[in-house]
Design a protein around this ligand. Sequence first.
Ligand code: HEM
Length: 406
Amino acid sequence: MTMEDSRFVLDPATRDLHGDDDLLRKLGPLVPVTAEGVPAWAATRYATLLAVLTHPDLSREIRYWDPAQRAASPPGTAIDRIVTDTSMLNAEGEEHRRLRAPLTAAFTPRRLKSLRPRIEQVTAELIDRLAEMPPDQPVDMRKEFAYPLPRDVISYMIGIPPRHQERLHELTDAVAQVGGGPEDSPGLRGDLHVLLGQIIEERRRTPGQDLITDLIELRERDGERLSNDELFATIELLFIAGHVTTVNLITNAIGALVNAPGQVELLRSGRCPYSAAVEETLRWDSPIAYFPMRYATRDVEIDGVRVEEGEPVLACFASAGRDPEQYGEDAHVFDMTRQPVNHLSFGHGPHFCLGAPLARLEAEVALSALFEAFPRIAPAAAPDEPAPLDTLLGNSTRTMPVLLGP
Ligand code: HEM
């Protein structure tokens, strides 16, 4: 992390995520930073982040952003993409409820239960493929295991025909940049919109048992509920929010566990459920590092810091998960027996992650299948540590090399 004009510059090229966060938490409840060229207050402590996520005078609506600051912020960054998104993510109150309500049915326990066999089947196929690989050669678990599972599940749930899946994921990964990837560009966004348009049209002609069909039916029954643009924005959000975050979660959990054989023993002996591994990973290595933005709707004081009307606040999820004031001096230790975990990694309040039960289910199924199938799985001795993702928003590594063992 570097400094410029008395602000800390958050930049993936110079960052040491947990080291930077340790420093920022010590400096104060809200610290002035620049994130991808945008000046903001960073909320790094657990208690402050909790207050920020539910604060009545902080809004996700971009109209509250100070116009001069907004005009000066660089276009085309991952932050820019998120703050200009027209989905529920950036709506509040009645408008937020209108956009979120049509999706809640897709994430009920009953719907998720019906997805479980599919998740188990895809996981089993991936495990079979891994079992055919040489056991003494490094295998990249991000690429071969953590990435394909959520991609299949979200595509199936939304109703993306298999032949469009690869291109759609290439485009959403590039546009989102939460998992690293090429620079966003207007060209990529245009391509993404054309492809989404084709897919929606296909579902309109051939309805299925999927989310796009549900949303189209809802729109046709009651045209006021969701405009065409909102339908696009919702599907795009689900792809972006629902894929790479879960890839990061599964990758980070594998990384944590292969380096902590004592913890794996707790899982294998049944003393800890796999859900505990998922929750502790969410706390210890949150899949989202920093997430933009909430704006002060008036001058306000938060934990003794004055935030002026129009100033943005950045949510620092990975940092809150390592806050010693919340988790004690061993906050940096991966310990699944910690009670209760109570992390904020899925957010809190009205914008609480819609896909949290799905992400939890996928990660639990994936980890239990992997660690039961490969009892000798171990980190691959690589010359260098795996490199972190090239993005401010996501927190994971670009690769996760392991030896699957005999
Ligand atoms: C919102 C994290 C997986 C869909 C959020 C927020 C967080 C988050 C922190 C709140 C952002 C804020 O309040 O500023 C995660 C993590 C995931 C994950 C860590 C995986 C481990 C998913 C999945 C889906 C999903 C699988 C969908 C299939 C959404 C949606 C929102 C959201 C639609 C916006 C909710 C709203 O604004 O009302 N997520 N997410 N997420 N997430 Fe997730």
